[in-house]
Design a protein around this ligand. Structure first.
Ligand code: NDP
Length: 248
């Protein structure tokens, strides 16, 4: 199945409860709106509440199920904050059917020899440690679903080392690893499938920061890469786990 050409039925995610990190901008904002357009109740997770409110309003204006906003700063949140997140979401929704780890920090584009420790720590905290803590805290809610999908966001630089990508690339290698470890641990003993998506070059603020000389119109929009996100979030990918898919 080529997920990049997947065509989702309009009710693919009807009744599903799906969390999206970094739902305020770029790919995460479009993923949240797209999941809602297929019937999901989306929990918009992020740090910039006015931007999350704009996505909330857009989902409501489009007639989607009423979403929720869960403010979280992935750089600073503690294990206790994720326990609180679990408790609040359990009380409000009872379970989670999907979680898209999408938020990410780019860090510096510079050789390791010049890489700042503070930037390294921020990138690893947001891109790896926060994902670990949130996943650990929310696994019990995903286990309550009869068909849950946990999706991590990788990058081509997280599969083959490339110069000057520093902590970002290394964090994406770690993300691929976390996804594989979890997939093996959960296969056969839960209803949770665990996979990665590599968005590929996509027209967002992060892409523009990484490639300032590039004409943004030369790369795909987040809307164009949504088929793979829908495929992995929806029931047709049941049984697919431990994979790392390209969205284009
Ligand atoms: P954007 O920069 O457009 O969006 C990043 C999102 O992450 C924003 O919602 C941002 O929130 C959030 N975020 C960043 N830091 C934190 C933090 N400390 N706490 C909470 N939220 C945070 O990036 P993209 O949409 O391009 O990237 C989405 C994912 O796709 C990332 O994981 C990225 O690595 C990956 N990717 C992107 C590619 C591309 O070409 N665009 C290619 C390959 C992978 P806020 O709005 O508050 O800043």
């Amino acid at each position: 199945m080529d997920s990049t050409h997947y065509s989702a039925p309009k009710d693919l995610l009807a009744g599903k409860i799906i969390g999206v990190t970094g739902a305020s901008d770029g790919i995460g904002a479009v993923a949240a709106k797209t999941f809602a357009s297929c019937g999901a109740t989306v929990i918009l997770m992020g740090r910039t509440v006015p931007k999350l409110e704009a996505i909330y309003d857009a989902i409501e204006a489009a007639g989607g199920p009423q979403p929720a906003i869960y403010p979280v700063c992935l750089e600073g949140a503690s294990e206790k904050d994720y326990e609180d997140m679990h408790n609040h979401l359990e009380e409000a929704f009872g379970q989670l059917d999907g979680l898209l780890h999408n938020a990410g920090e780019l860090g510096q584009r510079t050789p390791i020899a010049n890489y700042k420790l503070s930037t390294w720590q921020k990138v690893m905290q947001v891109n790896v440690t926060a994902e670990f803590m949130m996943t650990k805290a929310l696994l019990p809610l995903l286990e309550k679903s009869d068909n849950a999908s946990l999706i991590f966001t990788t990058s081509s630089v997280g599969r083959a080392g490339k110069p000057y990508w520093g902590a970002y690339a290394i964090s994406k290698f770690a993300t691929e690893g976390m996804s594989q470890v979890l997939a093996h641990e959960l296969e056969g003993v839960s209803n949770i499938r665990v996979n990665c998506i590599n968005p590929g070059a996509t027209r967002t603020r992060m892409r523009a920061a990484a490639y300032p000389a590039e004409d943004p119109s030369s790369v795909k929009t987040p809307e164009e890469i949504m088929p793979t996100y829908l495929y992995l979030m929806g029931k047709e990918s049941r049984g697919i786990t431990g994979q790392s898919l390209d969205a284009q």
